[in-house]
Design a protein around this ligand. Structure first.
Ligand code: NDP
Ligand code: OXD
Length: 317
């Protein structure tokens, strides 16, 4: 009998223990006999690790790792860990059920913005039965990042009748989505966007991308929804443009410091909606299934770079 593959689980803030059974079952379905252990700092000779913001010692203690699985899509903090061995393959989740939830979140806020749904807050106010209905051309939604998540957001918004454009590093062909690409395409993309949705990863190239100059390229009265990473937007520039009235509102799900400190202006700004990084929770079963299938393929000798979710570390996503 072959001995089980040892897999360390270190999922800070995600209730590690609740992942063990779905991971074990998914591995069994994928034909891998695995032993998952909640990593407590002692060496377990792990071959793989499933992590979310793991302790830094994981990588100095578990020196036999063949790959590390990030239980989320964004890898910027994992890649920034000093102890992460340079040659260790990093895998991330691709959609795994996050994308439809994020599309739902974004479309909810788009509807709130475009249909003025905040006017109908419930008792004690009586609704104005003759309140304006939008009957003109809907505003254009522009999605930054057309990856696993941005593409689904873009297509969902299009399904609800919005003209949609998207911006990515490389050009895309997506039904109902006008594609803009690269640094050269950004100004045109922004100039025609009225509701900007940020679904970008945080990388060297996207850090501070949306500063005062770029946000000012949006038409006056535009709205922003950020579900990607806060570091792609310069907070003070965003606040200034909201205060000056160039931007009409911002819905923010991600922040440079999380939890968002109580004194931060975002909490109290009348044009800002803050949600606590919940637009795309990682659903355990589909995530476990994706990780297990990748482990099964690695165990059969596949190269990590041939698998979906392989992170190109030099690129940052
Ligand atoms: P992907 O890697 O699938 O997609 C990233 C997209 O961004 C790609 O379209 C890519 O372009 C584009 N991109 C990257 N760099 C640039 C650049 N310099 N210029 C233009 N476009 C660029 O990621 P996902 O869609 O899976 O996830 C996106 C992000 O969403 C995550 O990194 C994470 O930060 C965030 N997220 C937030 C969650 C939440 O709860 N708020 C939950 C899950 C994810 P190209 O296609 O050409 O490579
Ligand atoms: C992710 C996230 O990157 O939850 O998966 O932000």
């Amino acid at each position: 009998m072959t001995s089980p593959v040892r897999i360390a689980v270190a999922l800070s803030s995600m209730k590690s223990a609740e992942w063990v059974e779905p991971l074990r079952e998914a591995c069994a379905r994928a034909g891998v006999t695995a032993r998952f252990e909640l990593w407590d700092g002692r060496r377990i000779d792990a071959r793989y690790a499933v992590v979310w913001l793991p302790p830094a010692e994981l990588f100095t203690v578990e020196t036999g790792l063949r790959a590390v699985f990030n239980a989320g899509a964004g890898v910027e903090r994992l890649l920034a860990m000093a102890g992460l061995p340079p040659g260790l393959p990093v895998m991330r989740l691709v959609d795994a059920g996050m994308a439809p939830k994020m599309a739902e979140y974004v479309c909810f806020y788009i509807a709130r913005i475009t249909r003025g749904l905040d006017r109908f807050g419930g008792a004690p106010a009586l609704p104005d039965w003759n309140a304006d209905r939008p009957r003109g051309r809907p505003p254009t939604v522009g999605v930054l990042g057309l990856g696993a998540i941005g593409a689904q957001i873009a297509q969902a918004a299009n399904l609800f009748g919005y003209p949609v454009r998207g911006w990515s590093r490389t050009p895309k062909q997506l039904d109902g989505v006008e594609s803009f690409a690269g640094a050269a395409g950004l100004a045109d993309f922004l100039a025609g966007t009225q509701i900007l949705v940020d679904a970008l990863p945080l990388t060297e190239e996207t850090r501070d991308l949306l500063d005062r100059a770029r946000l000012s390229q949006l038409p006056a009265g535009s709205h922003l929804i950020n579900v990607g990473r806060a570091g792609t937007i310069v907070d003070d520039d965003l606040l200034a443009l909201l205060d000056e009235g160039h931007l009409a509102s911002a819905v923010l799900d991600v922040f440079r410091v999380e939890p968002l400190p109580p004194e931060h202006r975002f909490w109290h700004h009348p044009k800002v909606t803050v949600t606590p990084h919940l637009s795309g929770p990682t659903p355990r079963e589909p995530a476990a299934q994706q990780i297990a299938e990748a482990i099964a393929r690695l165990e059969r000798g596949a190269a990590p770079s041939s698998l979906p979710g392989f992170v190109e570390r030099a690129r940052g996503y």
